[in-house]
Unconditional design. Sequence first.
Length: 301
Amino acid sequence: MESTGGPYLNTAAVTSPVGIARLLQMTFGCTTFSLVAHQGGFSAAYGTFCMFVWTFCFAVTVFIITCEFTHLHSCLSISWGNFTAAFAMLATLMSVTAAVIYPLYFVQLGCYPIGCEVRDFRIAASVFAGLLFITYAAEVFLTRAKPGQVTSYMATVSGLLKIVQAFVACIIFGALVNDSQYGRYVATQWCVAVYSFCFVVTVVVVAFSVTGKTALLWFPFERSVVVYTLGAVLLYVSAAVIWPVFCFDSKYGSPRRPGLCAKGRCPWDSQLVIAIFTYVNLLLYVVDLAYSQRIRFVSHL
């Protein structure tokens, strides 16, 4: 049988700087969850989250390497450049979160009561978790859009910020469900509506970019995203004003943490986390709006 499409295997997928970074991701990811599963151990929601992050990132990285090495990605009906850029940013955020959470909750200097062997395994897993984060961050750095370069939207600063915005919104949602008492006032319910609306639309923007279906829409996708980003900035400004007032003003809430509030189950703590990350996301949307004026969408890369 004659070959009409060039080499069957793409060696650049594993020999290029990005390919080497992905091989290291696969190696460090496998090592991390193997150390934890073999002897390090994990428990509760925090440990389960860390194991999910490492196994999920490992599986998707193997999938990406396999598809690029065998050219199978050309058979998929998605925008491959947008997909890999979006995943690299998401994996960076997830892996740095796991790299902080696991040693914070499971690593200790002394051997009692877990034993020295378990302690050593947990320390080793934490080290490899940190290396895993570095390799994903390196991929984001290597594949990000350069000035004047025609590239996928998700590789631009604006596209990468969409992933960060959605991730920060997930942190806000986690704090909301942790007894934040957001249902006490209509104003705080408005803030929840703002977080939910912006999260959903941001995910939709990412989904359309990754699937490469933006050209099929009946409205100008590029202009609509810029208009949405402006709207998100205004909505988050309202939440950034309303949430602190109704949570920390003495008329509606408590300016200081109540002394009898239990650690880990204190509504005031959740409200503070939400306030902080509201301002973080507001800043991200402002930066996104500034950068969105300087880019052009390329949906088929």
